[in-house]
Design a protein around this ligand. Structure first.
Ligand SMILES: Cc1ccnc(S(N)(=O)=O)n1
Ligand SMILES: [Zn+2]
Length: 265
């Protein structure tokens, strides 16, 4: 029986390690990026992000976030700090109950309104995502910070399906021409990178994070649509209100001597 976990109370992040021992490990994520302590690495080759848009994917509310799973073997990532080729598995976000919080990583202590994770698995070293997800160098997560600002047209292709996934385990098939590359910032040469973990249980220490410096803008109304998703399918007994899926970000974890590399000076 899968162990229930969440972001508050007894099943919250402070207790994850009791059922998911990796959560108490030495290379956990997210972290604060102290820009005065990052180290420029001039050896990185250009990042190669090749996504096609002819892939049909499905959008699900898994009770912790929305997840767009991608089943195209044409969406690949390589270069930068990566030694191998990685394939896009899914993307999702983390957000808060208002625009002042929501990202998992922070930069010099600043928390953004949301954070996009594009999760890729190492197809050179492993035969499946399920195998790669628990192995060192198995996963690469392209990460973009999100702040409230002007509307983002690309995000509307995802948000237009949210009415179908309001409830947990809701799922919707996305067939239109949508290329997740449109969700990334323009500047894809400036990023920070370090070795960490999945930020949700089982918190495997298998992740290379690649975090773009440029922040993506979406409108406050679009951020509000993230918060429209529900956690539990049943109405809350007392208030009769649905419980919304908010503050699904893990607190900052100890750096434990890790160095965050920068692709830029
Ligand atoms: C696929 C997956 C599972 C758990 N956590 C993550 S995350 N938040 O580190 O990207 N991704
Ligand atoms: Zn994530």
């Amino acid at each position: 029986k899968p162990v229930a976990w969440g972001y508050e109370g007894d099943i919250g992040p402070c207790n994850w390690h009791k059922y998911f021992p990796k959560a108490g490990g030495k290379r956990q994520s997210p972290i604060d990026i102290d820009t005065s302590a990052t180290q420029y690495d001039g050896s990185f080759k250009p990042l190669r992000i090749h996504y096609d848009s002819h892939m049909c994917s499905s959008l699900t509310n898994n009770g912790h976030t929305f997840c767009m799973s991608v089943n195209s073997d044409q969406c690949n990532l390589s270069g930068g700090p990566l030694e191998d080729k990685y394939r896009l598995l899914q993307f999702h976000c983390h957000w808060g109950s208002d625009d002042t919080k929501g990202s998992e990583h922070t930069v010099d202590g600043h928390q953004y309104a949301a954070e996009l994770h594009l999760v890729h698995w190492n197809t050179d070293k492993f035969k499946s995502a399920d195998e790669a997800i628990e192995k060192n160098q198995g996963i690469a997560v392209l990460t973009a910070f999100i702040k409230a600002g002007k509307e983002h047209r690309g995000w509307n292709h995802v948000l237009s399906h949210f009415k179908d996934i309001k409830k947990v385990q809701g799922t919707s098939t996305v067939n239109e021409d949508f290329n997740p590359k449109c969700l990334l910032p323009e500047n894809q040469t400036d990023y920070w990178t370090y070795e960490g973990s999945l930020t949700t249980p089982p918190c495997h220490e298998s992740v290379r994070f690649i975090i773009f410096k440029e922040v993506v803008e979406v409108s406050s109304e679009q951020l509000a649509q993230f918060r429209s998703l529900c956690v539990c399918s049943s109405r809350k007994r007392d208030t009769g209100e649905d419980e919304h899926l908010v503050d699904n970000f893990r607190p900052i974890q100890p750096l434990n001597g890790r160095v965050v590399k920068a692709s830029f000076q």
